[in-house]
Write a protein that binds this ligand. Structure first.
Ligand code: SF4
Length: 483
C-alpha cells in the first residue's frame, strides 16, 4: 500500500480529515505539533474537529482550536454516549449553545456527531433517539450537514434518517454493510471511511468501498482512536488519514491523487468550506483535459442526442473532482495546448469522453486523435454508438487511428434500451448500435460493449448480446459511477 498522497510542496490537491477530535486530552501534550505535522508534512488541506458536549465542560476548547488555524473547522454535537447527561441538566442547553455558536461563528460547519450507539449503552435508547431527532431538527434549521454516528444500531439509524428525510449529512466512520450504504446513498448522504478500511479482516468494508461511488465518499481519522495500518495500536492523528486514502485508492483502482482531489471536493461541498461548494458551479471554468488514474480524458463537447435516465450530468457536471460544463467547445489547438508536451510518455492513454458524445464532433476527434497517434499515444473513444445516425454515414472507417472504442450498449433489446435512454432515434437507435459494434470490429483493434447497471435492466442478458451475439468483451459500469 502506497503512502504517496502529495503534500502542499507539490502544489497538488490535498486531503481533508473530515472527523478528528483535536480537543481530546490525548492530544494535550503536543496538540500544536501534531496540527503542524498534519498541514506541513502530511499534506492535509483542512481538518474538521468534532466536539462532543459534556455536562461538566460544555463544548470545552473545540471552537478555540478551530479558530486557532484558518484550515481547521468545527462540528458540535452531543455524542449518543453522553445523551443521558442532558437529562436533568440545569446549565445552558447544549442545543441552544450550538444554535448561538452557529449563528455567530462561521467556523462551525456541521452538527454532530449524533446518532445511536447500542454497543456500550452508556445512555438509554429512548434518550439517544430523542437527542438524535433534536440534532436533525437543529441541523435542518441551521442548514448545516449532520454528522451521524451509528454502532450496533444501523437499522434503526437508517429508519430515523429516512423518516426524518435527512438528505444533508454524512455517516461517519461507516461500519455498515452494502445495504446500509445503499440506503444512505439513496438519501443523498455521504459515507466517511476511517482507518478501519486498512485492516486486513475488514472485508465487508472493502466491499462497501469498492461499490460506493467515490463521489459520495469522505475520508477521516476519528483520531485519536482507530489508527490505520501501519500505525494500528498507536494514538491516531490527522496526518494518518493518508493511509486510509491510499487504501481507498487501491480498492477503487484510482490513483491517490484522484482520491485526494475527489474526497476533498466532496468534503468542501458537504461542509461548504471550499471555493467549489454547491451552487457555485456556474462560476467555475470547465476542464477540457483532465486526468483520472493515468489516463487523460478530453472533454470536447457537452452535446449529445440522448437523455439517459442515469446520466450524472443532470445532477452535477463534476466527474471525479473535475468540473466539465463547457461554456464553449474547445478548438483542436486549445485541446493540444491542454494536453501539453510529450503525452505518450505522460499518459497510458488519451480518452475522448467528457459529458457529451465526442463523435458529434468527429472532425475534431480525427484532427486531434491523428496528431496524438503520430506522437505515439494510445487512443480510446467512449461513445453512445449513434454516430452513424447522427452523421448519416458509416463513420467507422474514418476511425482507423483509434486503439480502443467503448460503446454504450446498455440493454439487451430495443425496448429495454428505450426505457432508460430517451433517444431521438427511437426504435432505430438500438439496431444502429448493434451495427456500429459489428462495424467497429473491422476497423478498431479493441472494441468493448459497456452498460451501466441500472436497476431493472437485465445485465446478464446484455452480456449475452455483447459476448455471444456480437463477439466483443462486455464491461459493466456501476450505476452512479462516472469516469
Ligand atoms: S449519452 Fe452520455 S452524456 Fe449523453 S445523456 Fe447519456 S450518459 Fe449523459
Amino acid at each position: 500500500m502506497g503512502t504517496t498522497v502529495p503534500n502542499d510542496k507539490t502544489g497538488e490537491i490535498l486531503l481533508i480529515d473530515t472527523h478528528a477530535h483535536l480537543d481530546d486530552p490525548k492530544f494535550d501534550e503536543d496538540r500544536a505539533e501534531l496540527i503542524d505535522r498534519a498541514f506541513s508534512e502530511a499534506g492535509l488541506k483542512s481538518i474538521i474537529t468534532v466536539g462532543c458536549w459534556k455536562a461538566v465542560s460544555g463544548f470545552g476548547s473545540v471552537m478555540s482550536i478551530a479558530e486557532s488555524n484558518k484550515d481547521i473547522y468545527a462540528a458540535l454535537g452531543v455524542h449518543p454516549h453522553d445523551a443521558a447527561e442532558t437529562v436533568g441538566f440545569t446549565g445552558r442547553d447544549p442545543f441552544e449553545l450550538m444554535r448561538e455558536i452557529a449563528l455567530s461563528n462561521k467556523k462551525l460547519v456541521g452538527i454532530g456527531e449524533t446518532g445511536l450507539d447500542y454497543h456500550y449503552m452508556h445512555s438509554p435508547k429512548n434518550i439517544q433517539r430523542e437527542l438524535f431527532i433534536r440534532h436533525i431538527a437543529l441541523a435542518r434549521e441551521l442548514n448545516l450537514p449532520l454528522i451521524v454516528h451509528s454502532r450496533e444500531a444501523n437499522e434503526e439509524t437508517m429508519d430515523i434518517l429516512e423518516a426524518e428525510g435527512v438528505h444533508n449529512g454524512v455517516l461517519h466512520c461507516f461500519s455498515g454493510d452494502m445495504e446500509m450504504a445503499k440506503r444512505a446513498l439513496d438519501l443523498g448522504l455521504y459515507i466517511s471511511i476511517s482507518g478501519v478500511v486498512t485492516f486486513k479482516k475488514a472485508e465487508e468494508m472493502h466491499e462497501v468501498v469498492s461499490h460506493v461511488p467515490i463521489e459520495r465518499m469522505l475520508v477521516e481519522t476519528d483520531s485519536p482512536y482507530l489508527a490505520p495500518v501501519p500505525k494500528r495500536g498507536k494514538r491516531n492523528e490527522p496526518s494518518f488519514v493518508r493511509y486510509t486514502a491510499a487504501m481507498v485508492a487501491e480498492l477503487k483502482g484510482l490513483s491517490e491523487q484522484d482520491v485526494a482531489r475527489i474526497t476533498t471536493l466532496n468534503a468542501e461541498n458537504l461542509f461548504g468550506i471550499g471555493p467549489n461548494y454547491n451552487g457555485k458551479e456556474s462560476e467555475k471554468k470547465a476542464k477540457i483535459a483532465y486526468k483520472i488514474r493515468n489516463s487523460l480524458y478530453l472533454n470536447i463537447t457537452n452535446r449529445c442526442s440522448n437523455h439517459c435516465t442515469f446520466c450524472a450530468k443532470f445532477r452535477s457536471y463534476t466527474v471525479k473532482g473535475h468540473f466539465l460544463r463547457l461554456s464553449e467547445e474547445p478548438t483542436a489547438d486549445e485541446l493540444m495546448d491542454a494536453i501539453g508536451a510529450d503525452p505518450a510518455s505522460r499518459f497510458d492513454e488519451i480518452v475522448f469522453c467528457g459529458y457529451g458524445e465526442p463523435l458529434i464532433r468527429i472532425d475534431i476527434v480525427k484532427e486531434v486523435g491523428e496528431k496524438l497517434k503520430e506522437m505515439g499515444c494510445s487512443i480510446r473513444i467512449d461513445t453512445d454508438g449513434l454516430a452513424n445516425l447522427y452523421h448519416g454515414r458509416n463513420v467507422l472507417p474514418e476511425l482507423h487511428f483509434v486503439d480502443t472504442i467503448s460503446v454504450s450498449l446498455n440493454a439487451p433489446d430495443s425496448d429495454a434500451y428505450l426505457s432508460i435512454i430517451k433517444s431521438p432515434y427511437k426504435e432505430n437507435a438500438y439496431p444502429a448500435i448493434l451495427f456500429f459494434l459489428r462495424e467497429a470490429k473491422k476497423h478498431i483493434a479493441k472494441v468493448v460493449a459497456s452498460a451501466v447497471s441500472v436497476p431493472g435492466i437485465d445485465m446478464e442478458a446484455t452480456r449475452v448480446v455483447a459476448e455471444d451475439e456480437l463477439g466483443v468483451p462486455f464491461r459493466v459500469r456501476e450505476y452512479n459511477e462516472v469516469g
